[in-house]
Design a binder for this molecule. Structure first.
Ligand SMILES: NC(=O)c1ccc[n+]([C@@H]2O[C@H](COP(=O)([O-])OP(=O)(O)OC[C@H]3O[C@@H](n4cnc5c(N)ncnc54)[C@H](O)[C@@H]3O)[C@@H](O)[C@H]2O)c1
Ligand SMILES: N[C@H](CO)Cc1c[nH]c[nH+]1
Ligand SMILES: [Zn+2]
Length: 437
């Protein structure tokens, strides 16, 4: 069995156009998905629970009688945790502990305590950091179950101090994944509803009789979830657009090609729309990776998903050298970037845009997906140019603090009044002047 992956060469004159074509989603597909998400959101906004129930029963093939029946009580989460085989439970707990330890660092090092300073005249200025009150975490569940995504979403929220974490997760055909439920128990999720897609995003954004409206929705999902999140932004906060998974491997041509082939599979198996790309300066090595792909694909239970993803969205790219690979990687701004090379740090120093970087031949991206510690909810579709991994900071907000002393009001009042008159805003000017002696 062979897979026809597109091969590109950066020396070709139209390479950049070809690359842009590989990275682009079909615009027509995007529009159709966006229209479908808009229709679902409008229905949820106007008809609440009834619409959530209809869409859930339709898309996830359920026969639920009410949205309330789609809530999983905490006792069921705890029972799922208790019933896990010891090795699974141990792995889940280890992953949770490592994710928590990493995110605790973010709390310390990203200034979660706020700051304040006092000026010579006694005026105090500062910044107060507070957690959000209630967040919705989207855990994908259409084509695969993601216990790891439960940990990645819920743990930073709890580390930030969010009181109320509402999780949504679709359960196609009513199949509840016990590891997902157990992960929710370990991570301290407050409520779980088995709903997904745009209807879940709408329910969390607008609230329904059964599902409480949240302040922010975070978490990855398919293209419908991403489109819905884009549309509800403003009503609620969102973290980023974390869509179909991506891996970009930069390889110097000395890693076992089976390892690289499997790394490419690892993200391709998520979704037909997932994207796996290899950049390498060694043409013969690229052929070896292609041979490994053809050798290994037959053993993959999800080979049809992998095949579609690699055929439609994958690429094996011959580059001039590793420096050029880094330059191209900055353009691609991939969700995951593996630098499988002898001097990974040398190349990492040249990378500015990537959701997460995996350095060296032993850092397989899959380790980051589960248990390395950093978050696996990462910006996709080139949004790593301006977005960051999900983190404690996504569950916090900042308020500015201004405590002006009587002496401070004398100097600031004159400055403010002058500028207010300049803007033609009399009330502003007088408000400042009233405090002048
Ligand atoms: N970036 C990350 O951090 C990260 C992490 C894990 C997974 N992922 C990605 O998340 C995605 C998960 O996708 P998924 O499909 O498995 O689960 P999902 O939960 O995102 O989507 C399933 C839901 O999509 C909706 N849906 C499906 N077909 C529809 C249609 N035709 N019209 C309207 N709605 C429809 C349904 O409501 C269904 O419940 C994958 O692309 C995976 O790569 C990303
Ligand atoms: N690779 C996904 C993020 O793109 C996360 C994940 C969860 N489970 C396996 N992988
Ligand atoms: Zn993955």
């Amino acid at each position: 069995m062979t897979i026809q992956i597109r091969t590109l060469d950066s020396a070709q004159a139209d390479f950049r156009q070809q690359l842009a074509h590989v990275l682009a989603f079909e615009a027509a597909e995007d529009e159709a998905i966006d229209r479908a998400a808009a229709t679902i959101l409008a229905a949820v906004k106007t008809r609440g629970d009834a619409a959530v129930l209809e869409y859930t029963n339709k898309f996830d093939r359920l026969q639920a009688g009410s949205v309330a029946a789609l809530e999983i009580p905490r006792a069921q989460l705890l029972a799922a945790l208790e019933a896990l085989p010891a090795s699974r439970r141990g792995a889940l707990q280890t992953a949770a502990d490592r994710v928590r330890a990493y995110h605790e660092r973010q709390k310390i090092e990203c200034g979660s305590a706020g700051f304040s300073y006092t000026e010579a005249d006694g005026t105090v200025l500062g910044q107060k950091v507070t957690p959000l009150d209630r967040v919705g975490i989207y855990v994908p569940g259409g084509k695969a179950a993601y216990p790891s995504s439960v940990l990645m979403n819920a743990i930073p929220a709890k580390v930030a101090g969010v009181a109320d974490v509402i999780m949504v997760v679709p359960t196609p055909d009513g199949i509840k994944n016990p590891l997902v439920l157990a992960a929710a128990a370990i991570a301290g999720v407050d409520r779980v509803f088995t709903i997904g897609g745009a209807q879940a995003v709408g329910a969390l954004a607008y609230g329904t009789d059964t599902i409480p409206a949240v302040d922010k929705i975070v978490g990855p999902g398919n293209a419908y979830v991403a489109a819905a999140k884009r549309r509800v932004f403003g009503v609620v906060g969102i973290d980023m657009i974390a869509g179909p998974s991506e891996i970009l491997v930069l390889c110097d041509g000395s890693t076992d090609p089976d390892w690289i082939a499997m790394d490419l599979f690892s993200q391709a198996e998520h979704d037909e729309l997932a994207q796996s790309i290899l950049l390498c300066p060694d043409a013969a090595y690229i052929d070896r990776v292609q041979a490994s792909i053809d050798k290994l694909i037959g053993d993959m239970p999800r080979q049809e998903v992998i095949r579609t993803s690699l055929t439609n969205r994958g690429a094996l790219v011959k580059v001039r050298d590793m420096a050029e690979a880094c330059e191209i990687a900055n353009f691609i701004a991939a969700e995951h970037l593996e630098i499988s090379a002898a001097e990974p740090q040398r190349w990492a120093d040249l990378i500015r845009h990537a959701g997460a970087m995996f350095l060296g031949r032993y850092s397989s991206e899959a380790l980051g997906d589960y248990c390395a510690g950093p978050n696996h909810v990462l910006p996709t579709s080139r949004t790593a140019r301006f977005s960051s991994p999900l983190g404690v900071y996504d569950f916090q907000k900042r308020s500015s603090m201004i405590h002006v002393s009587e002496a401070g009001a004398q100097t600031l009042g004159k400055v403010a009044a002058e500028l207010a008159y300049g803007e033609g805003l009399q009330a502003h000017a007088r408000s400042a002047e009233y405090r002048l002696k």
